[in-house]
Design a binder for this molecule. Sequence first.
Ligand code: SF4
Length: 345
Amino acid sequence: MKSLNGNFYNPPFSHIYVEQEALAHNRTGEILARFPHAKVVVIDHYKDVFCRSRQDYTAQHMAQNMILAVKHGSLLYEGAPVCQSFGNEYFYYTSCAMNCVYDCEYCYLKGMYPSGNLVVFVNLEDIFAEIEETLKRHPMYLCVSYDTDLLAIEHMTGYASRWIEFVRQQNERRPGSLKIELRTKCAGREFWKNVQPHPGVICAFTLSPQAVIDACEHRTPSLEQRILGAAEAMRAGFPVRLCFDPMLYCRDWRKQYEDMLAQVDARIDMEQLVDVSVGTFRVSQDYLKKMRKNEPYSAVVQFPYQNDGGVYHYPTELMEEMEQFMVERLAERIGREKIFQWQET
Ligand code: SF4
């Protein structure tokens, strides 16, 4: 892979596109102040840049730019069937940013979006307002870090901190009404020391064996850094979830995942976790088609998956073997009722 700072690519965020409507927003100014050397380009609508046809996602992602925009229309979505609800009845997700600064080869965002650029919606308060309206009708479990890794861009946006404060406010108003999941591959160790914990904020750390990280989770923190981040979040008083999802196949996957668990054991008392999730890689057929076109040399993307009802996953026998293996190992460490396994529907 060519260097991010090599001759071929601009450094990340050398250009920041700002929607006309976003220009006057306070948050736009705050974010732009963090990039004093960026060239700012004013645009009419983020889709004019983000949704252009014939964009090269991979090349764009290597020299990622940012788009600051105002989000309109529906701001909350019902949870997708390929995602886990963790037993919550009212399962939603929202998207205050699109795309990620990390570069996991298997990331479904590469199949979902036409552009590798990062979009940040500056009108977070409009999302908050829609949630408040919904909370008047019923409680909510909300995933706020699906279409990005919010903690990885916290130094640019401050959004994770805002979410934590919003959860606190809402639960003061209506106790037990709002629970969010902040899913991340970021370590963010200082972050956990600087925010006030709340039981309604589940900090979910996705862990993979170091060999998997090296092979296909480019630019992400190491396994050890993520484990230390999770331990720090627990120490700070947040409920912590560990996600062994997606599990990825490699020739010695049993040893790799066994070693990973031993590394977790050394730092974390797993009985203290709120829960864990287990799932092998799966993705919708439409996304995988595009991912395969974008990444012709990626082993994880080009694997001969099995298609069931429009969802690609490992051949059933392998999928069950891998998930069963992990569930059994985890059951030696944590109660079965805390192990959530993705079920094909
Ligand atoms: S951390 Fe998550 S969102 Fe970011 S590239 Fe990896 S899979 Fe995608």
